[in-house]
Design a protein around this ligand. Structure first.
Ligand SMILES: [Zn+2]
Ligand SMILES: [Zn+2]
Length: 629
């Protein structure tokens, strides 16, 4: 047998070909699958070639994917035990769970779920080994025909001739599947079926209606309980509901997919935009503004006409078609081109916050999360190839500052060269190597999606993790070797020769509208002091303190604090409760004694009654606290 070299956590070992990852895993217990040479494989799969082994656990999204897909098989096995006449469709993993489409003579309902769950737990307890089988087409056809799985036969018939056909078996159950899977059913420690709906086979209404059963699963009960609690909490925090309650924004049918900001929402929006501006200015970005409507020739050149035409808002005027911009990149290329650039001018970092629009189908619109009109904290960096590394380092530093400010963790995914890449191979290799070096230098844990990059350059996707543990893809950093080609961008290099710059597209929050929606849910509407649309509310106890309340508010305004006075003729308890419901961070109760002695009685959203202090002292302290972070 040939020897192969395996690398595990930087350590190299030599084994015979055919060794299984499970035989060399350093920490057995929690490994679910293995990632090797750009592929996720079963732990039990014999390794034909050497390579770098990365063991996947439930903490890796690829590991969770394997776990949830195996849970879908478990669900199908349980349904087949309970209803032997059931015929299986397909059962993929989802971001937070899985589903399986199953045909039954009588569709199932939610009442059937507890019974299925019970059977699933029984199969978990039986702890079957999950084995991979490789089959010829005839063998696969015969196997599924014998089992009455007509939908599976249909799938087998569609598999291309040169593809390997595989199936996975666990106990009395076998499913057509390319895998990978967990080694044993016993690893699925906790599960819950959540929903039942109908779905046509292969999405076609001429086909039979299947029962789609949704569920989720975790290695242990604690993980499942936390997840279910987070879903309940997320419903309470829905940004559309809180947005209305807190008077932030509204939508109207006169302009579907476009946001109407109320003053408080606009205040929040401006705070985010200014926050981004401040950070970028000190990092050498220059803000520009470019047109938002371009003639179609521009969109043809940029490639949008071919690839995104359906997403563009088009305007027919004067016998020609113009398009409203969905992104700023082409405009920035035109700015770059408008003058001769030297190697000394690079990097050139252009930021823009202009309105953008994309035509989203009305069914896809969802509050602030998916809109037709939005703005990004967008920037394009025009760099020399030798500057990629340093610029990427700077971009990742900015990512870190932004997410830390909002108390969000984040995860990074690096997508590398696809088969149909364009540009020079040497440039790709160097760029990918440098991206990895930068990620390591910053001490970031990252995942690689091999071959998943755009054809015009490798990219980093950054997922922010909110206070409910949900992952949101916000930031993207995309290297682009192609747009500079299309726009024939050049700079004059040190040797006097024209060279192509590399373009880095990057947004940190992404759509500011969407990011605000995420923040509303992340904070449950209780924004930190620096961000809150109203930072302090002054609550006079009786009409006699109105004048003094005005003095207090004015002193705060002059210190740059956003303040309101609740001068309504209401009981103080009512005013406090209302400020609390509106999640105002600080409340100043002012009574006769305060007015006489020049003090304020402070209450905070988190700590309640804090006590009285001199007005000047409070103004200084709150201004200090409100200074960002
Ligand atoms: Zn499968
Ligand atoms: Zn761009």
């Amino acid at each position: 047998m040939a020897a192969i070299e395996l690398e595990i956590d930087g350590e190299k070992i030599v084994k015979e070909a055919g060794v299984r990852a499970v035989d060399v895993v350093p920490v057995p217990g929690n490994a679910l699958a293995v990632w090797v040479s750009g592929q996720t494989l079963d732990l039990n799969r014999p390794l034909a070639a050497g390579g770098n082994l990365h063991f996947l656990t439930f903490d890796d999204s690829a590991g969770r994917h394997v776990f949830r897909h195996s849970s879908a098989h478990l669900l199908a096995q349980a349904v087949k035990r309970l209803w032997p006449e059931a015929k299986l469709g397909t059962g993929p993993a989802l971001e937070d769970g899985f589903y399986y489409d199953i045909w039954l003579p009588e569709p199932l309902t939610e009442k059937d779920l507890p019974r299925i769950e019970k059977m699933m737990r029984k199969i978990v307890a039986e702890n079957h080994a999950i084995e991979r089988l490789e089959l010829s087409r005839d063998e696969a056809m015969a196997l599924f025909r014998d089992r009455g799985e007509s939908f599976k036969e249909e799938i087998v018939a569609r598999i291309p001739d040169d593809a390997v056909i595989s199936a996975y078996r666990q106990g009395d159950f076998v499913d057509l599947c390319s895998g990978p899977h967990l080694p044993r059913t016993g690893l699925i420690g906790a599960l819950k079926l959540t929903q039942v709906s109908g779905a046509y086979w292969r999405g076609d209404e001429k086909n039979p209606m299947m029962t789609r059963i949704y569920g989720t699963s975790f290695p242990d009960q604690e993980g499942l309980d936390k997840h279910l609690a987070a879903i309940e909490e997320a419903k309470l925090r829905d940004h559309r509901k809180l947005g209305a309650q807190l008077n932030l924004f509204t939508f109207r049918e006169e302009a579907p997919g476009f946001v109407f900001w109320y003053p408080k929402g606009q205040q929040l929006y401006r705070r985010l935009e200014n926050f981004s501006r401040q950070l970028q200015e000190v990092r050498g970005y220059q803000e520009v503004a470019t047109p938002w409507i371009y003639r179609s020739a521009l969109w043809e050149r940029s490639g949008h006409w071919d690839h995104y035409r359906d997403d563009l808002f088009l305007i027919h005027r004067d016998d020609e078609v113009q398009g409203v911009k969905p992104m700023n990149c082409p405009g920035h290329c035109l700015l770059f081109k408008s003058e001769t650039r030297s190697y000394r001018d690079l990097p050139w970092r252009l930021a823009e916050y202009s309105p953008l629009s994309r035509y989203e189908r009305s069914g896809a619109l969802h509050g602030l999360m998916r809109v037709r009109g939005f703005h990004q904290d967008d920037a394009h960096l025009f760099v020399r190839p030798d500057q990629i590394r340093e610029e990427m380092f700077g971009v990742l530093d900015l990512v870190d500052v932004v997410y830390r400010t909002f108390d969000m963790a984040y995860e990074v995914v690096l997508s590398t060269r696809p088969e149909d890449y364009m540009g020079e191979l040497a440039l790709w290799n160097r760029a990918e190597e440098e991206l990895e070096e930068v990620l390591k230098a910053r001490g970031l844990k990252y995942q690689i999606n091999a071959g998943d990059g755009a054809f015009y350059g490798p990219k980093l996707d950054i997922y922010a993790v909110d206070s409910l543990g949900r992952r949101w893809q916000c930031a993207t950093v995309q290297l682009d070797f192609q747009l500079p080609e299309k726009f024939e961008l050049e700079y004059i290099d040190q040797d006097g020769q024209p060279k192509r710059p590399v373009m880095i597209h990057r947004a940190i929050m992404g759509s500011i509208e969407r990011f605000l929606g995420i923040l509303v849910e992340h904070y449950a509407g209780a924004f930190p002091l620096w961000l809150a649309p109203v930072q302090v509310r002054v609550l006079p106890i009786t009409d006699n303190q109105h004048e003094y309340a005005g003095v207090v508010a004015q002193a705060l305004r002059e210190a740059g604090i956003r303040v309101e006075v609740d001068a309504r003729n209401q009981k103080i308890g009512y005013k406090i409760r209302e400020a609390q419901v509106e999640k105002v961070p600080e409340m100043l109760v002012v009574g006769g004694r305060d007015a006489d002695s020049g003090t304020v009685s402070l209450r905070t959203r988190e700590d309640g009654d804090v006590g009285a202090l001199p007005l000047a002292e409070y103004v200084q302290a709150v201004a200090e606290r409100a200074r960002m972070h």
